[in-house]
Design a protein around this ligand. Sequence first.
Ligand SMILES: [Zn+2]
Length: 560
Amino acid sequence: MIKQKKQQNLRIIPLGGLGEVGRNMMVFEYKWQILIIDMGLGFPGENMPGIDCIIPNVSYLEKKQKNILGAVLTHGHYDHIGAIPYLIPRIGNVKMYTSSLSKGIVLKRQEDFPNQPKLEIKTVEDKSKIQLGPFNIEFFRQNHNIPENFGLFIKTPVGNVIHTSDFKFDKTPVNDLPTDFERLEEIANQKILLLMSESTGAEEKGHSLSEKIILENLEEIFKKERGRIIAATFASLINRIQQLITLSEKYGRKVAIEGYSMRTNIEIAQNLKIIKVKEGTFVNSEDINKFPDSKITILCTGAQGEEGAIFMKIANREHKFVRIKEGDTIIFSSSIIPGNERTVQFLKDEFYRQGAKVFHYKIMDIHASGHGRQEELEEMIKIMKPKFFLPIYGQYSMLTTHAELAEKSGVKKENIVIAENGDIINLSSRKISVEKKKVPSNYIMVDGLGIGDVGEVVLRDRHLLSKDGIFVIIAVVDRQTGKVKGSPDIISRGFVYLRESKELLKETRKRIVGIVDRAAGSGGAVNWTYVKEELRNKIGKFLFLKTKRRPMVLPVIIEV
Ligand SMILES: [Zn+2]
């Protein structure tokens, strides 16, 4: 009975994106019918060595595959669609609904997973409406830094819900239509029960910069500089890429694209006529020297200092065709993701050292975030006038700050809920609350092709290895006597320089022999697990005593 009653409410379950930036995924459930919004991946933190990406835990959905009506994808950024190939094997080949650009990006990525079933993706446009079970979903255009980004107006049996997607308000965007405030008002007039709004920019005062300002500032550079322009940005910032291409065309520059992901995204966007490029604008990188420097722009990836990306290769003089020279102009057209400051600094220094001029967002406004700041977030709340408010997509501090903005903008304090991943939010026309029970929402780590097989233990080992290295003990033991034969071998990496630690090694060897002799005892069956455990503990302690380091100690015992 209780269960029955509960499902009279709309259940909203964030599986990722709340309390973090990225890995966005949300579940709507009404009378056991399920709608999914976004299936994004997250980028690994610095404390996750060797991890490629993290994805949402979908075990809640695994048992309910047949109840899933479909998934709507707000836009083509990887933190909203990137987990699809990892999740499909777990939740089934769910029908998806998204814009043609997002569809193109999803399908392109799917080529890397040839063994998966063909995806069923229906394209939708601004103002498209779809009915999935009890959910009526209307898509509405939202400005962001990738075209074809949709907010969702979802009519449910308990009331109307808005999901903003990532957004900013831009009255003068580039390569996109300005924010349609009239339409937002029109939607708001239908009475909004719950507003779920993204929180990435909640801690930034003021209003985000219009793309038009960025374009004007970039144009200043194109107008003045006579050398080659080498500009780096994110491959997914389709609109910024368009700006750089348009300016190149205006100032008679040919454009060479460097970087696989950027080239692919441009190709997809070009096929859909989302990016406009004049014939003859693009040239191959190997041909750039055939043109005067003032006629060349190179667009590339790696503005975050990513290892192996084009910018890093150029800085390290490892790029096949591009070497920095006096007179070159470098543009970093992106903000720095926290944690990447040092590598970006390295890039800047290196470019200056090699004689280039460097522009980045701290010198000039040549990058705008795709996320609205406080003024826009408040404006969204004031337009929608929701009864209930749920801040989504962002670190916990951003969610909290966003909740404060909502209160300031007229939502009653008791009607605002700050939830986290795995929470079950119950919504009725009169009430919003969070259940005590949670669904699993921990990180699932993807390491190469392995999914979820790297857990806490493996991660702890990687930490240990990266901090104090590894110390391998190889002891040959006589099965009959339980005594070590000869001198134990020691191999170590990342711990101490062995050649300069002869004394330490000598003493360690002596201790190994002693420990094995004692632990193995004399005669009878030997518990080798115990012997190894003793070695690990005692040698570990001894090495720490001597060096204040804790390498991973790995005993290997060979019985003869
Ligand atoms: Zn986005």
